[in-house]
Write a protein that binds this ligand. Sequence first.
Ligand code: T3D
Length: 253
Amino acid sequence: IEHAQSQRMPDSVLYEVGNGVACITLNRPDRLNAFDREAALTLQRRLDEASSASEVRAVLLTGTGKGFSAGQDLAEVADPTGPSMAQILSEHYNPIVRRIRSIEKPVVAAVNGVAAGAGANIALCCDIVLASENAVFIQAFSKIGLIPDSGGTWFLPRLIGWQRASALMMTGDRVSAKEAETMGMVYKVLPAVGFMEAAMDMAKNLAQMPTRSFAFTKQALNGSFRNTLEEQLDLEDWLQQRAASTSDYREGV
Ligand code: T3D
């Protein structure tokens, strides 16, 4: 058993719960937390755990070491025995994005360093994106002849506008944390020193707030870009009635 344990690979995704927050940490620092199949499937399982655990009221997603995530592990796609492109999207990234958008709890991305390719777009689909001043965002896909995936073509134009999104996707330019904040790609840039503590404080604070209303807010936001105004007013009406039936609302009033 001892031998087997010493041979064990380190966990590709760490999971820790405290103060109502599930902290999910991408943990392949020697590859800038790039996703291989195992890491992508583990992240899905961790998101499911956070979703179903009643003591979890907010999720914090971050990375170990100097990167947040460099997206797809390119060594894996170069390996002829590795997963196919169809599997990579339908079994790895799309289920991650769907989980983040549908989990009925706020998900905060704490982008501690470089976020490239699918790594950038997974961060950008979170409910609140905080960036360390060391963070850099790169739509790296064009450099390897791909199109942006992991919801990037949906989220990025909505976050920063069509023109900037289009240019960043085609050029693959690096966007500094400050530029990302100015463009509205991220909510706030925070100093690198104390970054994780500040991000955790925000997640803890959200965990003390009305979780049900956050779930309804997410549903409303998810609908807002496909609905007409009429449809969105109806959706708000329906969700607000549900929010008004919670004990959080009664207590708040
Ligand atoms: O088929 C498909 O690909 C489908 C999937 C698509 C989804 C995608 O995410 S496509 C985009 C994939 N990602 C990239 O193209 C980014 C590749 N990485 C980079 O361009 C650079 O590493 C960064 C700009 C992100 C960071 O540069 P830098 O100079 O800070 O770090 P580095 O020295 O390049 O990387 C550090 C190590 O991480 C290095 O390993 P080493 O030499 O120290 O042993 C490097 O090989 C490794 N690494 C970085 N990115 C990846 C990676 N290893 C595997 N996969 C990576 N994506």
